[in-house]
Design a protein around this ligand. Structure first.
Ligand code: SF4
Ligand code: SF4
Length: 449
């Protein structure tokens, strides 16, 4: 079986982002293979842990991927301040005599954005709404590399490494079967607060769970890399629950048109047409703009926004929400069938290096300085009594349940088969009895020995 087939069979998807099926991404030839170990968001520990713990496995798999892609360069990109991780990878590279480079980045946000990374490593700019492959690059997260290593040994994706950070006595690393309730993962850390919210992912782009019911229902998926615990009255929690109508009123009344959101926008700095200040100027009068050309001029740049959050979490002096307004404008543009043209040859601004947002300043701005941790993390294996394995843990169509109620399954069995088209297989990491099957997911209860 070839590499692409093995990856497809194992259900590998991007572990660090939205979960794009990896067999589609790797079905290509590229000049550069770039491994993203930059840990884009603050207070996530998983990529660092993987680099420290599995450097040889990462390097040997990168070499196989490089050969498969016919790539002239294989580069592992991570922040220069990750001293131990760089040492571990360099030792593994030397021991293997591997032609793999380490690229050391400054600590800024969003260092791990695929397009920012491609520009940093190669000097090339991905076209608007394009892919790294458009400029000869394939970018994979370091966690995905380890899933590929497993796939090449016929082991499917069935469990996930994820860190628990924030308002905890000490951050921990957990290994949990897919579908594990996040409450069980949180139980491995000593929480410092009784009433809390959880961000699945990082503070900039993660999913906020601010009420008990949402936390009760959330489970670990292939893309869950971190749980950030925050006191329920933390600034980020209060901010996340603002309704869109309120944000729109604020855009109309409080936006200074200072342009800071646009001037510091990482995509705008890459030369993409992104102008959040223009969107803020017009979003509140959206219903009165009837001419499609005028609508596109006013709000069209929103389509190139990556939702990184820099504008609203860092740049805006008024604490407004240009990202959310861009997200809203994208929906309006879709509804009106407006598709702005793509710039295929954007050129990065000469200011790009001076305008990067230092991670430390961002952490302070977010009110998270108290949660920064520099030690190593202890690993806990999470062994739940029950899992709910979602059929949609990736971009594309949900998988189709491959088991029936009452079936007995073991860890590593197929739970959902990839649908036609863009989709991915889903496996269970827990053996037991299937107690519920719906198009949304499969519930499995551990079976007593
Ligand atoms: S940074 Fe804030 S105040 Fe300034 S233009 Fe952007 S949204 Fe308006
Ligand atoms: S969220 Fe804001 S800073 Fe980020 S790409 Fe969109 S407009 Fe730019």
């Amino acid at each position: 079986m070839g590499m692409v087939e093995a990856i497809q069979k194992a259900g590998v998807v991007g572990a660090g982002g939205a979960g794009f099926p990896t067999h589609v991404k790797l079905n290509a030839k590229a000049e550069y293979l770039i491994i993203n170990a930059a840990e884009c968001e603050p207070l996530i520990e998983t990529d660092k842990y993987l680099c420290r713990t599995f450097p040889e496995r990462i390097v040997s798999t990168v070499l196989k991927m490089k050969e498969h892609l016919g790539a002239a360069h294989a580069v592992i990109a991570l922040k220069g301040k990750y001293i131990k991780e760089i040492e571990a990878l360099e030792q593994a590279i030397t021991a293997a005599g591997a032609d793999v480079e380490i690229f050391k980045m400054r600590a800024y946000y969003p260092a791990g954005d695929e397009q920012v990374l491609v520009h940093q490593v190669t000097g090339r700019v991905v076209p608007e709404r394009g892919l790294p492959l458009n400029v000869g690059c394939v970018v994979e997260n370091v966690g995905t590399v380890l899933s590929i290593a497993d796939a090449l040994e016929d082991k499917p994706v069935q469990e996930k490494y994820l860190s628990v950070t924030g308002a905890v006595k000490k951050p921990v690393m957990c290994l949990a079967p897919l579908g594990t309730p996040i409450r069980e993962v949180l139980a491995k850390a000593e929480l410092l607060v009784k009433r809390y919210a959880v961000i699945m992912g990082g503070p900039m782009m993660g999913k906020m769970l601010s009420d008990e019911a949402a936390i009760d229902q959330a489970v670990v998926t292939k893309t869950t890399g971190n749980l950030l615990v925050l006191p329920e009255d933390h600034y980020l929690v209060r901010r996340a629950v603002r309704p869109v109508s309120q944000m729109m009123r604020q855009a109309a009344t409080a936006c200074l048109q200072c342009r800071a959101c646009t001037d510091l926008c990482p995509r705008s700095l890459l030369g993409h047409h992104v102008e959040p200040h223009m969107v803020m100027r017009s979003i509140w009068r959206k219903d009165s703009i009837t001419d499609p050309a005028e609508f596109e001029r006013a709000l069209g740049s929103a389509v190139n926004c990556s939702s990184c959050g820099t504008c609203e979490m860092f740049s805006c002096p008024m604490g407004l929400s240009p990202r959310k307004m861009n997200d809203y404008a994208k929906t309006l543009l879709r509804e009106r069938g407006i598709q702005p043209e793509k710039n295929q040859n954007p050129a990065a601004s000469g200011e790009i290096e001076h305008r990067r947002i230092p991670t430390e300043r961002l952490i302070a701005r977010l009110g998270l300085s108290a949660y920064v941790y520099h030690g190593d993390l202890e690993l806990y294996r999470v062994e739940p009594e029950e899992v709910f394995v979602p059929m949609s843990q990736h971009i594309g169509k949900p998988a189709v349940p491959a088991v029936s109620e009452g079936d007995t399954v073991k860890a590593g069995d197929l739970a959902g088969a990839a649908a036609e088209g863009l989709s991915a297989n889903i496996y269970t990491g827990l053996g037991g009895t299937v107690t519920e099957v719906t198009p949304q997911g499969i519930r499995i209860r551990r079976r007593e020995a």
